[in-house]
Design a protein around this ligand. Sequence first.
Ligand SMILES: C[S@@+](CC[C@H](N)C(=O)[O-])C[C@H]1O[C@@H](n2cnc3c(N)ncnc32)[C@H](O)[C@@H]1O
Length: 292
Amino acid sequence: MGNGVHSRELAVSDGEFAFTWSDFRQIAELVHSEVGIVLTETKANLVYSRLAKRLRAIGLRNFREYCALIEGADGADERQIMIAAMTTNVTRFFREPHHFEYLKKRVFPEMLEAARHGAKLRIWSAGTSSGEEAYSIALTALEVMPEASELDLLILATDIDPEMLRRGNAGVYASRLLGNIPIELKRRWFRPLARREDPDFEAVPELRSMVRFKELNLLRDWPMTGRFDIVFCRNVMIYFDEATQNEIWGRFAHVLRPGGILCIGHSERIATANHPFDLVGQTIYRRRGAKS
Ligand SMILES: C[S@@+](CC[C@H](N)C(=O)[O-])C[C@H]1O[C@@H](n2cnc3c(N)ncnc32)[C@H](O)[C@@H]1O
């Protein structure tokens, strides 16, 4: 991280707006304290290119003015826009398909049968982005049991980015984004929005009713009461430092019921000693303890 020695030097020297290491550090510290994302100095160009559009749009002359705005009392809206610009929202339907195979074969048959007999089923897609992950979980449940939407089954889909949540809640996707959805599931649970060659597709009401989108920052309070049967938190922790990761893995252990399943991203792992999970598949953990 840039220190006082070169804080007045430019972090990006050939840009339209002056951007010093001091500006970079201020932005990186704000992003880290608000949402846990670590921006190393190697990201200076990326930060510049993602925020230069904002400076242009609001008519600022340099990053020093931008930092003053986001740190100021009236800067809350711009702070949120800045943080959204720093996050990576990449996602897709049935990303890391082995998780959904595991749910289909090893988890849902029993859980959905229990739900058919009145049990309640709660699933959390944490850091869901635009909803593809949450809908993929719902589609897997529907594949195992087509009447799953009538059960007491709810998928909570949370993220810090309101625009991603808005998209997820709308449930409308360009057809090219639906390529990974098995054709039968796509036909049954999505409908084309217009009669044209390449229409967008909308999740049907039964599918949408299974997912509830809510804004939630993983670093702050988790207001939900009750425990989850399954938690997906994939490709989110990878942006956090180890201490933050460890703290959040511990909090997931707390909100998962014994026997519950935690799926994490392909390049993530739970590094804390003595964590209460058993690894039961590739990046799939089961919460230890007697079932309650
Ligand atoms: C790369 S996407 C992963 C989406 C999905 N889980 C997947 O694997 O396809 C990471 C998401 O984490 C969200 N995120 C980043 N920091 C967060 C935080 N502190 N609390 C909640 N969500 C956060 C971002 O807004 C982004 O949508």
